[in-house]
Ligand binder design. Sequence first.
Ligand SMILES: [Mn+2]
Length: 365
Amino acid sequence: MFINDEEYENRKKELYHRAGMQYTSGAPTLEEKLSNISLSNTNQSSNTTSDKSGISKANTSSIIVCFMIDPNESHRYIEMVIRAINSFQISTPNIEVGLLKGPNMDIAKYLDRITNPQKVHVREIEKHFEHWNPTQHKMDILKFADQFETIFWIDSDAIVYKNLEPFLVDFHQSSKQFCLVRDRVNDYEEFHANWSGNKNLLFIPQACFMGFKARSMRSLFALWKKFWNEWIHPAPFAKYKDPYPSFPNSAFCIEQYALGMALEQMEDFKNDLQIVPRFDVFADHGLSLYSIVDKLKSETSARSLALRSDSNGITKSETPVMTGTSSNPSSSNPYFGGKEIVLDLLTGCVLHYYSSNCEGLNVFS
Ligand SMILES: [Mn+2]
């Protein structure tokens, strides 16, 4: 079912090459090293039920994992949000959920569809910038900082399929202040050449899965907003030039560039940073999302998570409701062109599939 090591190396080399990224054959990336450690930890923890895990209620009740439901988004997007929340609550039942909603939005009909609405805490989003996309509302997770000590964000184009509680509690109990995924752009020469910040401190996070300690959030988020504002006014890249011009959606990533700059301003941020292990999952155009999730659930070895492109039958058992049109596969992935889609497996529990991949993957609700 799975590709061997050599094929995996070749596949990865090819993808990195297409992305204009240096790839040293054989050498594990930082993410791979971390993934292996994390996967074994996760497996250990998932063998015990959360009630017997020795984690006290006092600890878990200080942690919240946030999502956003935006009434201006399409029906499809709303379905994605609900699925993301439910996947989290089913896999990680003990942790509180934060839900950011639009002002004057009647949330009741959405809460009705959520697995455990008793654990959902609702706050309203606010407008931080005129003429900017809803990613700006990720900053509103700060609204949970008065009630919770540890605050996480998960994108709606993600599925949590394995109990995240051990990972969340680990970070909560550690002295670390920031829990972030390292973005792929950190490895791109083009990006480094164009980046105008402090190159020695460069750490651009991927904003799909983020965790913060409440006590560091206020100062970090103030800086984040300040830099974000500078990046987009009077126009995107007017003040700071585009660090990744060959990537058409670079402006959409300004949230990440601004957060990277804000982190660099935080004293000793590298010691306060916990990097979320990320592993690349290669999937075929046309595979169903749930077939990939099923595979991930049954696999324990990080290496074998690379899905085979000529997979025989792994999509057969699924009935996709939202079928990919396969009209434009090459643009379906934000990082790699071509027929293959690269998804992010985060700390062995979260599959971030990118909403832009919905057409390429059979994503169904
Ligand atoms: Mn995303």
